[in-house]
Design a protein around this ligand. Sequence first.
Ligand SMILES: Nc1ncnc2c1ncn2[C@@H]1O[C@H](COP(=O)(O)OP(=O)(O)O)[C@@H](O)[C@H]1O
Ligand SMILES: [Mg+2]
Length: 303
Amino acid sequence: MKDYGARRVVDDVSFEVSAGEAVALVGESGSGKSTIAKLLCRLVEPDGGSVALEGVDMLVKEKRGPSLAFRSQLQMVFQDPFASLNPIHSIRHHLERPLLRHQRVPKDKVEARALELLTMVGLQPAADYLDAYPTELSGGQRQRVAIARALAVEPRVLMADEPTSMLDASVRMGVLGVLQTLVKEQRIALLLITHDLATARLLCDRVVVLFAGRIVEDGPAEAILTAPSHPYTQALMSALPRGVPRAPKETHPMLPSPAGGGGCPFRSRCPESTSQCKDQMPRLEPVSDDRRVRCFNRKAVHV
Ligand SMILES: Nc1ncnc2c1ncn2[C@@H]1O[C@H](COP(=O)(O)OP(=O)(O)O)[C@@H](O)[C@H]1O
Ligand SMILES: [Mg+2]
């Protein structure tokens, strides 16, 4: 949960990510994706709720703030690789600093481990990158360095906040491939934040769809993306480009903002909306063993 002043921007959001699993957090800009990631790694302190790591509520265990050990368990890769690396420091500095601060390897092994990390993210020959500066690298290469830096402390959970949205299409797949390998081979738990359902489908086992700070639908990626149940997920799916792009026939009107008041925030855009949606907030309810939907008028889910 998070109130920014008078406005509650994330509420009633709960989900799990297991080792070796990739979960996509999907939703439009402003839906609260980054706030959730910041709440999880405690860059922003939650106003309530719990953040459990292997069953232990870290908000209770580490009341006075996250420990160094907690920070090493949960690492974040940010959207903008141009801003997240410091231009005055070499790649060596970016990697050796966390290795030393978190005492991951003895001093005489630090360079070897930094080279190993660069190799792990596909920057080879690693020695060519170690003494380079961020400005000498492309966006994709920088994002790989940011991933290597996150891996230096051997996290269990990696959160990647729109990691490829600022990269050229040609290098996106490479970076996503690195993340996929980490999940499959190192059994890292990945929370991939994206506004792109195609990316979610490609990489993730499960999808959590967010609208106006609340989960509207979640479940297995394949099931949700082939048979979306919530009208918002359906709208997102129908907006995915298919085939050869054509010029739009008409300019699209601005989408209405999420509706305020007590009812469903999606009702201002929803083709299925009824008077019940105006008066009440639908609950996120299970519709099968592994799917939940927050909608009074949800379509039957075929599984
Ligand atoms: N530090 C902040 N202070 C006030 N409002 C904020 C702050 N950070 C985010 N918000 C607001 O919270 C909402 C969710 O933001 P964010 O989590 O960044 O969404 P997303 O990552 O899905 O685009 C937005 O309406 C945004 O304007
Ligand atoms: Mg964001």
